[in-house]
Design a protein around this ligand. Structure first.
Ligand code: TXA
Ligand code: MG
Length: 342
């Protein structure tokens, strides 16, 4: 599988023309990398099983890992999901509050969504991106788009067109370059359940929409993802994993460098008070949010910094933890998975 990968720039003047190019490919049953506000997605016409199969092939993604479906508008929800009466009210409140935006809802799927999209599950993960390129592509195609992150399976999510090129260049015909992603972490995934008194919001993946923000809408509980299920142990590679091993310690003095090995540091704010930056002669350092440390800034730079360190040739990357509140929960989730090789 090798092809020429074309890149179209979607800047303020040319973004509609770039979307038109993308829609041509989508209509022909092809796949295109498109920007979203979270990470770049690899999109195909969700109603075309042969097109969706190309996503799995290009990403080397196992068939049991279902895709996210993108809509142009919240009012298109019925095209992808059959929202049950018991949860319609809370679903409506959530979509009104967060769409377009980085919240993905897991709901019973509509019959129009082929089984390959949901890996045979009776539910579908669905969202409306805040990025106009993704929304206009879905609107012009006139159908929902299936679009997981535009990386090879288990690898670091791409937050720039250059990152997509290094993941999928030569495998896809077109990348729409919409610049750097504004959020930098994948959407929050929430499964909605009716609950007894209040609806239950099961957070399957923490992300830019925080549990603190969700609490207004129901009882927030932690869930796990389809691919976390014990019946699939060791069947897939680590998630968000750099090729370089990533080490995460409870305390900085738990780090004992092995002689002769080169270590790089992924630092939160580059402050010696945090106990890492002066601890070792690091072979490379990336600081996520220099100064006082802002979680939103750290999120935007997170995958970019991880990708840089991964390319830097160290034997291991040491990551500083961030606080486990708000967006920090999403960052710690990615760090733990990268560290656990899971
Ligand atoms: O921000 C995002 O969500 C990005 C952009 C491109 O939209 N997409 C993304 O997709 O992160 P992906 O495929 O890398 O992650 C989707 C996750 C998978 O871990 C999958 O297991 C879960 O969503 N998922 C999809 N459908 C599901 C379902 N019906 N039930 C539970 N989990 C589901
Ligand atoms: Mg992904």
């Amino acid at each position: 599988m090798h092809m020429q990968t074309r890149i179209e720039i979607a800047d303020l003047e040319h973004w509609r023309a770039a979307v038109a190019e993308a829609v041509k490919v989508l209509r022909d049953g092809g796949v295109v990398a498109l920007p979203t506000e979270t990470v770049y997605g690899l999109a195909a016409d969700a109603s075309n099983p042969a097109a969706v199969a190309k996503i799995f092939e290009v990403k080397e993604r196992p068939a049991f890992d279902p895709l996210i479906v993108h809509l142009a508008e919240a009012s298109d929800l019925g095209k992808a999901a059959a929202v049950p009466r018991e949860t319609a009210a809370v679903a409506g409140r959530l979509t009104a509050a967060f769409w377009p935006g980085p919240l993905t809802l897991v709901l019973p799927k509509s019959e129009e969504i082929p089984d390959i999209v949901t890996s045979g599950l009776p539910t579908v993960a669905v969202r409306v991106s805040k990025h106009e390129v993704m929304r206009l592509a879905a609107r012009q195609l006139g159908r929902p788009l299936a679009a997981p992150s535009a990386n090879r399976f288990g690898r670091i999510s791409p937050t720039s067109a250059a990152a997509v090129t290094s993941e999928l260049g030569g495998r896809i015909p077109l990348i729409i370059d919409g610049g750097a992603c504004a959020e930098g972490l994948e959407s929050t995934i929430v499964a909605i359940e009716p609950g007894e008194k209040r609806p239950v919001l099961r957070v399957l993946r923490p992300g830019p929409v925080t549990s603190e923000q969700l609490r207004k809408f129901g009882r927030v509980v932690k869930g796990c993802r389809v691919t976390d299920h014990p019946e699939a142990p060791g069947q897939f590679e680590s998630h968000y994993a750099p090729r370089t091993p990533l080490l995460l310690f409870d305390r900085p003095d738990d780090f004992f460098p092995e002689p002769g090995k080169k270590y790089a540091l992924l630092s939160y704010r580059g402050d010696p008070k945090d106990g890492y930056i002066d601890r070792h002669e690091w072979a490379g350092v990336e600081v996520l949010s220099p100064g006082r440390g802002k979680l939103a800034e750290a999120a935007v730079r997170f995958f970019f910094a991880l990708r840089r360190l991964d390319a830097g040739g160290a034997d291991a990357i040491v990551a500083e933890p961030v606080s486990e509140a708000g967006l920090g929960r999403a960052i710690m989730d990615r760090l733990r998975r990268a560290a656990a090789g899971k």
